[in-house]
Design a protein around this ligand. Structure first.
Ligand code: DX5
Ligand code: ZN
Length: 228
């Protein structure tokens, strides 16, 4: 279990070679988690993996899974990903009927429970409930596709969450996802993120594990959550 002041770099396999997944996974031994984007063509206009594929990734991956569910009705479907053994399961606040009950269920099964918000979704309703979650994901692009540009206007939400977490003594991880690269990661770290998803910046590199190392160095240098 990493200390709360650690930063985590989670490569997104959305940018990996889908038909050579084992080879792609073998290129990221320095990752903390592998980020798996599940999309259903309803919550977002794109379709990726279901539970069988996620299970296959898990059996091959050198690191634990960080599953990001961009799906409708996570109340029904998210527990299945925890049951197959994903270390972390994150569902969208906009899609969940009862986010707290769902987070409790995910924890009961043994996963870390995460909740995600799209760029324009407020986070204030989460302040009272930080302890119900292990991770809050502030999307830094509109979910659905890799390779989009980082949206700096999402940073005030992250700062507000970091302030609330510190004030309440919460050790919830604050994750960012979308457009994270060597040119944007410092901004997100300064705003309070400690857990960083990167797709194209890792798998678009000739040396994905070296890309992870340089993202980690930048995030560590600019992180100030160690003061918590
Ligand atoms: C987008 C996904 C992201 C995506 C990020 O909806 O949730 O995880 O893979 O890709 P990059 O890092 O290329 O923006
Ligand atoms: Zn994602």
């Amino acid at each position: 279990m990493p200390a709360p002041n650690d930063v985590r770099i989670n490569p997104s396999i959305l940018a990996a070679d889908f038909v050579n997944m084992a080879a792609s996974l073998a290129r990221i031994p320095g990752a903390d988690f592998v980020h798996v984007d599940v999309m259903d063509n309803h919550f977002v206009p794109n379709l990726t993996f279901g539970p069988q594929m996620v299970e296959g990734v898990q059996s091959t991956s050198p690191v634990p899974l960080d599953v990001h569910l961009m799906i409708d009705d996570p109340d029904r479907w998210a527990p299945g990903y925890a049951e197959l053994g994903a270390a972390s399961v994150t569902f969208h606040l906009e899609a969940a009927k009862d986010p707290i009950a769902l987070a409790r269920r995910l924890r009961d099964i043994g996963a870390r429970a995460g909740v995600a918000v799209k760029p324009h979704t407020p986070v204030d309703s989460l302040f009272e409930h930080l302890d119900e979650f292990d991770q809050i994901l502030v999307m830094t692009v509109e979910p659905g596709f890799g390779g989009q540009s980082f949206m700096p206007e999402t940073m005030p939400k992250l700062s507000a969450l970091a302030v609330e977490a510190r004030r309440r003594g919460s050790e919830v991880w604050l994750q960012v996802d979308g457009g994270i690269s060597e040119s944007t990661i410092a901004h997100a770290a300064e705003a309070g993120a400690d857990t960083f998803v990167a797709g194209s910046a890792v798998f678009g590199s000739d040396d994905p594990d070296a890309a992870i190392a340089s993202l980690r160095a930048l995030a560590t240098e600019h992180s100030h959550r160690h003061s918590r």
